[in-house]
Write a protein that binds this ligand. Structure first.
Ligand SMILES: C[S@@+](CC[C@H](N)C(=O)[O-])C[C@H]1O[C@@H](n2cnc3c(N)ncnc32)[C@H](O)[C@@H]1O
Length: 189
């Protein structure tokens, strides 16, 4: 059982998590149409994906945590949504999508440099939200499975150099200090 399996049951109880997801959804939903097939990787319990599902044709979530996926599917079933999730690593995904979205997952991906090329094989439109560069104090319970202390605009531009990207600050998470959250909108040139 990994750290996310342990946290899955109470994941949705934190208002700051719900508020961040709302900001992410608000900034992505206007771009989606009822014809779009959307993938969310690192979908967790669906705080983002479940709320994007009404704006698209089909929402597939993937996550490496079995417990997160179970919670996602429970919620989607209860709401009778066009959304389902499965246990999968983003690097194992093969299906193609109109959009790929993700929130707060990039900093848990060790081989971040390989991600932009992987996404290129699956879509030509991405929305990725995560922390701007932080000092390592964001995860107050410890940095297990945290491979990046946020990201600077410069490194994102370098990783996504084959993509046309826009990076916008969309939210601030208030903990012992303020942590800025960006949304990277990318299209293939
Ligand atoms: C901080 S949580 C965010 C969950 C959700 N997006 C949210 O905002 O509530 C990060 C999630 O990414 C998942 N994850 C980490 N690495 C992954 C990978 N390589 N592929 C798919 N999911 C991954 C974890 O299991 C975890 O559920």
């Amino acid at each position: 059982m990994n750290r996310f399996d342990k946290d899955a049951i109470t994941w949705d109880d934190l208002p700051r998590r719900v508020n961040l997801a709302k900001a992410v959804v608000k900034n992505i939903a206007p771009y989606l149409t009822k014809n779009d097939k959307v993938l969310e990787f690192g979908c967790g319990t669906g705080l983002v994906g479940i709320n994007l599902a009404p704006f698209c044709k089909k929402l597939k979530g993937i996550d490496t945590s079995k417990k997160m996926v179970e919670k996602f599917n429970e919620k989607a079933k209860k709401l009778n949504l066009n959304a389902y999730a499965e246990v999968k690593d983003i690097f194992e995904e093969k299906e193609k999508f109109d959009y790929i979205v993700s929130s707060m997952t990039l900093h848990h991906i060790k081989d971040i440099q390989a991600l932009p090329n992987k996404l290129k094989k699956l879509t030509n439109k991405i929305f990725l939200a995560d922390l701007f560069k932080e000092d390592g104090s964001f995860h107050t319970k410890g940095n297990e499975d945290v491979f990046h202390f946020g990201f600077s605009e410069e490194e994102l531009k370098e990783y996504f150099k084959d993509w046309k990207i826009e990076i916008t600050k969309i939210h601030t998470i208030k903990k012992h200090k303020d942590f800025g959250v960006f949304l990277l909108k990318g299209t293939l040139c």
